[in-house]
Ligand binder design. Sequence first.
Ligand code: MN
Ligand code: MN
Length: 491
Amino acid sequence: MENKSIWNKYTDEQLEELEKLNAGYIDFLSGCKTERECTEKVVSDAEAAGYRKLDDLIGSGEALKAGDKVYRVNMGKSVLMFNIGDDPLCQGMNILGAHIDSPRMDVKQNPLYEDSDLAYLDTHYYGGIKKYLYVTIPLALHGVFVKKDGSKVKIAIGEDPADPVFFISDILIHLADEQMKKTGRHIVEGEALDLCIGNRPLKIGEGEDAEGKGDSKEKAEAKDLVKKFALKLLKDKYGVEEEDFISAELEVVPAGRAREAGFDRSMILSYGQDDRVCAYTSYQAMLEVEKVKRTACCILVDKEEIGSVGATGMQSRFFEDTVAEIISLYRKGKAAEGEECCGGIDESLALRRCLANSNMLSSDVNAGFDPLYPSSFEKKNTSFLGRGPVFSKFTGSGGKYESNDANAEYIALLRNIFDKGDISYQFAELGKVDVGGGGTIAYILALYGMNVIDAGVAVLSMHSPWEATSKADVYEACRGYKVFLKDADRL
Ligand code: MN
Ligand code: MN
């Protein structure tokens, strides 16, 4: 199968659309570096496009009917969107599913310490990273403190050009003889990923209490003054204390905006494109499709990078339970119209049928071919930047182990609608056989017996602080997702 660059297939109008979508994408990447920030942005865009909060309808018992659009948030860290179609719901949905968590470093629960007049936040890395890539670059701190009374203090420090940034130091090359002998995994150890946050000590006397008795007391306890100064600043600006770190979720991420890359500005360089490139294009596709035949659904989920675990990960029952709520309100609407839904079967069976009859694109990224590392790829079955969205029949490793292996019948259906919709695409595996591997949320949705395939965007330097994508792929993926939502029929 011959694949070629898709850049020159576009009309001037399409190129304008391409730039517009990518400008929005750059803003999304720059403003949304945590799952909570992504969720908030998606909800605000969805509401602006007429999506209503499902929990309000559940509360009031309002029925759902074709044309209704609803969303539901799970613990502020994942979000589901539904656009109810004309076909009976038990005949299935067309589902796009991406993840909005990205590899990073999380601040520990007892993180603060001082050593040699430098103050630090201790971290625990999240997801698969080459740890040595995260040292000596400007880092930002995003997240939330939740105080004992339940009130929340949101922070994002290091993004505004006027903000300070943070960093993790590395040993200078002059003294790195020992370090340079280590294997990559150990060049920078996990416990060396501590974030440097200050060097200036609290001035004795500044910590006086209201009665002016603090001075002598502080002098007696004059230690860890750099840490104390940092705590004073946190207290003054955000009203948080050292103990509040216990109930905080703070993420250390590369600081700064996403950028256009290349003389031709054809690419985007940014933190977190795995998998926000697919999250962005998926939810934009949802917002752009109006009336649909089959119910359209978009899943934006947390915790994919650590195995889709936890209440906000894909393995949680949240998605299934939400579809159950939707079915209940939908059948209520049908009953009000005097129609019997799904031949009158009970609700739990209607839920099973709806899920089993669904189609899904697991919209997650693929490893784009890197000419600097050709030996990691098998060129006939590899994705290339600028050649359109990538389908992967399976991911996994060690002989397809732990992969979702999509059905040929489903792939044929997708080829058909993508070709009809003039969408360019590639078929690829994630690297050469036996050089490594990876997984996505695909296998979890496949548990319901629905058709699932991985379909996303090719990325260079995946899981590094600054990943690269091609703008043409961003645009073509969004076009492809729209075709899928509108035209993927039940198999
Ligand atoms: Mn991913
Ligand atoms: Mn990943």
